[in-house]
Design a protein around this ligand. Structure first.
Ligand SMILES: Nc1ncnc2c1ncn2[C@@H]1O[C@H](COP(=O)(O)OP(=O)(O)OP(=O)(O)O)[C@@H](O)[C@H]1O
Ligand SMILES: [Mg+2]
Length: 444
């Protein structure tokens, strides 16, 4: 094998143009690399290899650059409101059949007690390609396996939408569309929120609004409450000017089945408000959570605390059994009128036993308006009869006469409703069966 060093022509080096060291080295290099077939081949390969490596690096960098320049991502975390809107929108959006679906089951309880179940198939975890207004979008729904939302026990998720940079405006349009779809589903409906850890979540499907006129209270009661609430809602500036916390508490008390809960639901419908129901006897409700919830009520919602007395009686029993969780009385008072109290707050409380309530809860500022919703009066009996049997004035008088004669004092409106529903199309049968009202537990 030829020794490359031996084949260097030193004469040529000496004769190189400037005779400098660099000139000598370059000349030597030429001699070694160019003239020697092995070096020449190896050099060629090296140049080719590094060229390719450079090109590859360039492509990676370039595609990253292009990706950054040409594509745009939108991330929607599961904690965000629009997350559910988007999934719902996706389930309605026409697309190529997706291969990963998850099911979301909604159980709807109708006013008449009937239950229907609705399944909606939403895109499951994975990647889905959709087309929206002519643009392709890659939807990738990912579950973070390790991180759990401690309050609900569900894994955190994110949906990432990717599309071309020039189509980025479509993100806004898509989210707006998803939002209006969700709002349309709630139109004419009342959304019931319940507490879910430290936050409020819709409970079941939005319910059809209950017409205010369908809840028949004694003369003037409903009108006065509606007037008071409306007046309160129009007085924001008045409260602010005087530095008074902008809130108002209502207590509806009275026997079971007199229409308290139904009235609040109808009132919410009338005002176009939603209802946030809080169950104070819930075991894992603490003062902190209560405070947080009361201060983070969704906009345009009524806070409803049902059976306020039961919460504390139960808590005592629970405490006897050795449990200590739950809301303390002072915790409730603080939450109701704490410094951090929410801007506009309408609170409704109901109870069957007002005498069991601590006077501290009833003081103005916490409860500003108390009203007894009692058993049926003659006025209510008449209006209910005519609501069920329109234009049957004559029979209504007959019914009332019998009602008086039997001296029916403690009949709840719920009982009356039961009797009329049982005899839907037959007012005479209702008159014949009026005695059954003497027994509050009668089953027809
Ligand atoms: N005043 C009323 N007008 C029309 N319907 C009524 C009235 N009172 C009760 N009802 C009917 O009776 C049922 C029970 O009423 P609701 O739940 O509102 O009673 P409540 O006062 O909240 O009872 P409780 O104190 O036991 O919670 C509902 O189906 C409702 O339609
Ligand atoms: Mg009730």
């Amino acid at each position: 094998m030829a020794n490359p060093v031996q084949s260097i022509d030193f004469e040529k080096i000496r004769l190189s143009s400037d005779g400098s060291i660099s000139g000598m080295i370059s000349l030597g290099f030429n001699e070694v690399v160019m003239k020697n077939p092995y070096f020449a081949a190896g050099g060629g390969l090296m140049v080719l290899g590094s060229g390719l490596a450079l090109a590859r690096l360039g492509m990676i960098k370039g595609s990253g650059f292009l990706y950054r320049q040409m594509l745009v991502d939108l991330e929607i975390p599961s904690k965000d409101k629009s997350y559910l809107w988007f999934l719902e929108w996706m389930s309605k959006h026409k697309q190529r059949r997706s291969r990963h679906l998850s099911v979301e089951t909604n159980v709807i309880t109708h006013d008449n007690g009937a239950i229907t179940t609705k399944f909606s198939l939403v895109p499951g975890p994975g990647k889905h390609l959709i087309r929206y207004k002519g643009a392709f979008m890659l939807v990738s729904r990912e579950r973070s396996g390790k991180m759990l939302d401690m309050t609900s026990g569900t894994p955190f998720e994110t949906v990432t939408l990717t599309t071309l940079y020039r189509d980025r405006k479509l993100f806004n349009e898509l989210l707006d569309e998803a939002k209006s779809l969700a709002i349309k589903a709630q139109e004419g409906k009342t959304v019931i929120f319940t507490s879910w850890g430290p936050e409020w979540r819709p409970f079941g499907q939005p319910r059809a609004k209950r017409v205010l006129g369908s809840v028949i209270l004694d003369e003037g009661i409903a009108e006065n409450i509606v007037k008071d609430v409306r007046d309160f809602m129009d007085s924001g500036e008045w409260y602010h000017k005087r530095g008074i916390p902008y809130r108002r508490g209502y207590l509806l008390y009275g026997p079971p089945g007199s229409g308290k809960s139904s009235f609040i639901q109808a009132l919410a419908g009338e005002l176009d408000y939603n209802i946030c129901i809080l169950n104070l006897s819930e075991n894992n409700l603490t003062d902190d959570r209560l405070n947080h919830l009361i201060n983070h009520i969704p906009n345009r919602s009524i806070l409803l605390l049902e059976d306020v007395d039961a919460a504390f009686n139960k808590r005592e029993q629970v405490a006897d059994q050795g449990y200590t969780s739950g809301v303390t009385f002072s915790g409730l008072l603080n939450a109701l009128d704490g410094v951090a109290s929410a801007e506009e707050c309408i609170t409704f409380m109901t109870t069957n036993h007002p005498e069991r309530l601590d006077p501290a809860l009833l003081r103005p500022g916490r409860v500003d308006y108390k009203v007894l919703i009692d058993n049926a009066t003659e006025h209510q009996v008449k209006r209910m009869f005519l609501r069920f049997y329109e234009d049957e004035e004559q029979l209504c008088e007959e019914f009332l006469a019998k009602f008086r004669k039997l001296n029916l004092q403690n009949v709840s409106t719920a009982q009356l409703q039961g009797l009329f529903v049982y005899n839907k199309r037959d007012p005479k049968a209702a008159i014949d069966m009026i005695e059954t009202l003497q027994n509050p537990n009668s089953v027809f």
